[in-house]
Design a protein around this ligand. Structure first.
Ligand code: SF4
Length: 299
């Protein structure tokens, strides 16, 4: 499916210590919303079915509901929103967003306790509000995918986090390797785990989702790191995004990520997956090298 993806705001009501875009409470807004409206109008008849809205925290933008309505008026079939979920604690807000066309919420769930999630977000009650938001959205029939970033502080708890999400009724769980940009790069030593430490827990978490027949996907890893679990990697060939990020337009965002944010080692030259693989995040490779990767001999 071809989709548009729109960075709606730089600001956020959380200050996550590994936020890839470096959003936090009080960050100055630099997004020109006129460009957002233009981008949505210009692409409305170009074969894009879905619009994905992200930030920062898009739901705190005053025009959020107007933009949702405008997307539907343009004729896009579906709208997904990447959110910390907190605004959906207000059932009236949740009803307005969902009745005006939001079909999928991608909600960050980096912990299964208030202590853990509030530590990451640096905001008290962020966990309780997100959980209430999830419950409200589920009660209104909205699809929800949780996204859990794997960091030093939570990788051992991944099985508990996915179980918690499944107990809430989540039907799709995404687990992400940390993208080493923004706050994540600033706090690299604090938050970024070695792949060899985190991935065994990722696999256990995947097994639990499979056992409970809940869809699970993995993002930001490589085939050689995941082995047989690479079948759970998101297929970016099937999910192509054209992205507006401030004044920049990325016609194929996943291709941009592969070529600009990631890097391959000399070992990759003999790997059969090389053509479809971006390698490791550059900053991770710079810090730890390529010892954890191993070329794949056969598909
Ligand atoms: S190309 Fe390199 S990083 Fe990618 S799967 Fe092969 S060995 Fe691993």
């Amino acid at each position: 499916m071809n989709s548009l993806s729109v960075h709606l705001t730089d600001t956020c009501n959380n200050s996550c210590i590994f936020c890839v875009v470096g959003s936090h409470v009080g960050v100055p807004e630099k997004v020109n919303r006129k460009l957002v409206y233009e981008f949505l109008r210009e692409n409305k008849d170009n074969g894009y079915e879905c619009v994905n809205i992200h930030g920062g925290e898009p739901t705190i933008v005053p025009e959020f509901l107007d933009i949702i309505k405008m997307i539907k008026e343009c004729g896009y079939k579906s709208i997904s929103v990447q959110t910390n979920g907190r605004m959906f604690k207000d059932i009236e807000f949740a009803k307005a967003a969902i009745s005006n066309g939001v079909d999928l919420l991608v909600i960050s769930l980096h912990g299964h306790t208030a202590e853990m999630q509030d530590y990451f977000s640096e905001v008290a009650n962020s966990f309780d509000e997100a959980v209430l938001g999830i419950k409200n959205a589920i009660s209104l029939g909205c699809k929800i995918r949780t996204n859990t970033c794997v960091c030093k502080q939570n990788y051992r708890e991944l099985p508990d986090i996915v179980n918690y999400a499944m107990d809430l009724g989540i039907s799709h769980i995404n687990i992400s390797n940390l993208h080493t940009a923004g706050n994540c790069l600033k706090n690299f030593d604090l938050v970024v785990p070695r792949l060899k430490d985190g991935v065994p827990y990722v696999k256990t978490a995947v097994d639990q989702c499979v056992r409970r027949d809940v869809k699970v996907t993995l993002e930001g890893y490589t085939k050689c790191i995941l082995g047989e679990y690479s079948k759970y990697m998101i297929d970016w060939e099937e999910n192509k995004y054209k992205m507006l990020y401030k004044s920049f337009i990325f016609n194929d965002y996943s291709k941009f990520m592969e070529t600009q944010a990631r890097a391959k080692g000399t070992k990759c030259k003999t790997c059969v997956a090389e053509k479809k693989c971006g390698g490791l995040y550059k900053e991770y490779a710079a810090a730890y090298g390529y010892e954890e990767i191993a070329p794949i001999c056969m598909e």
